[in-house]
Design a protein around this ligand. Structure first.
Ligand SMILES: Cc1cc2nc3c(=O)[nH]c(=O)nc-3n(C[C@H](O)[C@H](O)[C@H](O)COP(=O)(O)OP(=O)(O)OC[C@H]3O[C@@H](n4cnc5c(N)ncnc54)[C@H](O)[C@@H]3O)c2cc1C
Length: 289
């Protein structure tokens, strides 16, 4: 297994910020993953499992413990009738592409989300009116005590950008999606349309973690932020995107602290102007003062 010491998390987050992880490990298979976890547990070393780091803000001090990245070694995708099985490290885009080629509809929404299958289950990722919950049948997880287990989707308590996975110390190993037959060229056309809509609306040319905040009930975060006069507002190298105020972007030299301070300032000003409390969708890792 590949193990790196003092590995900068800038290389593993789409915000391109964050300090070093004491240890950054990429297990090659389930046995290595289980061994790694048992070593961490035995030595009292904190650990966290990540996928593509596309929803993570890692502290500038980094993470005092082991970051376990499930990457290409956990990337297999298999079609079985109307089902698609994907390992946790598979990219959502690859899973959506495989479904399209097999003439299976239902994963089009996921094609432009730059995360892994594991991260998508944790976040119940979704876009354009669909989410993981709509198509997930079962998940294979490693329970906190190291036991592999197959769970029905309901057992994950998937909600709006939430699940019970990390709270219960579970690790996602894979997922089985139930899709429906469709015409490959129509599925491809839907994926292309969604991709165009993303390019048009989202600041994809800058590092970010997608929508910074969850959508508050009855509102749109971007609109509230824009109405608070914050479009383009900067703290250090972090900026509320001029293209889509729901995105905080790294203008090139942002620190995680810049981003975190901007998140707090946006929350404060939106609360002041609209009375609405914005909750971050982005997850924080490491110590923030
Ligand atoms: C440009 C852009 C656009 C985006 N658009 C969308 C969108 O339309 N919809 C949407 O929902 N999100 C969107 N996102 C956010 C992000 O891509 C999703 O939340 C994605 O599901 C995160 O997957 P990941 O593999 O990157 O997870 P990470 O960021 O690596 O991790 C996220 C969380 O999941 C945990 N985790 C990851 N893998 C595992 C695992 N195998 N087992 C246990 N825990 C795990 C991590 O510890 C962390 O708590 C966007 C991000 C960007 C940068």
């Amino acid at each position: 297994m590949r193990i790196r010491k003092q590995e900068s998390m800038k290389n593993h987050t789409t915000f391109r910020t964050g300090g070093p992880a004491d240890t950054f490990a990429e297990p090659e298979d389930l046995d290595e993953l289980r061994e790694l976890i048992s070593v961490c547990a035995g030595s009292g070393t904190p650990y966290v499992v990540i996928g593509c780091g596309s929803n993570l803000l890692v502290s500038d001090e980094g993470f005092r413990g082991t970051v376990i990245c499930l990457g290409p070694s956990f990337g297999k995708i298999r079609i079985d009738g109307d089902f698609l099985e994907a390992e946790a490290g598979a990219r959502l885009g690859a899973a959506a592409g495989a479904a399209q080629e097999a003439g299976l509809a239902g994963l089009e929404f996921a094609s432009g989300i730059p995360g892994s299958v594991g991260g998508a289950l944790v976040m119940n990722a979704g876009a354009y009116g669909s989410e993981v919950k709509d198509v997930l049948l079962e998940a294979e997880v490693l329970e906190m005590d190291g036991t592999p287990c197959r769970l029905h989707a309901e057992a994950l308590e998937l909600g709006y950008r939430t699940s019970n996975i990390t709270g219960l110390g579970r690790i996602v190993l894979g997922a089985r999606f139930h899709l429906r037959k469709g015409d490959p060229s129509e599925i491809e056309a839907r994926m292309r349309d969604l991709s165009l809509r993303r390019k048009e609306k989202q600041p994809l040319e800058y590092p970010s973690a997608g929508s910074t905040f969850k959508r508050p009930e009855g509102h749109f975060a971007g609109k509230l932020i824009e109405d608070a006069g914050l479009k383009g507002f900067c703290i250090g190298g972090a900026q509320v995107s001029e293209k889509h105020a729901g995105f905080i972007i790294n203008r090139g030299n942002a620190t995680s602290e810049d981003i975190r301070r901007l998140i707090l300032e946006v929350q404060r000003r939106v609360k002041e102007s609209s009375g609405v409390t914005l909750e971050p969708e982005v997850r924080f890792l490491g110590n923030f003062v």
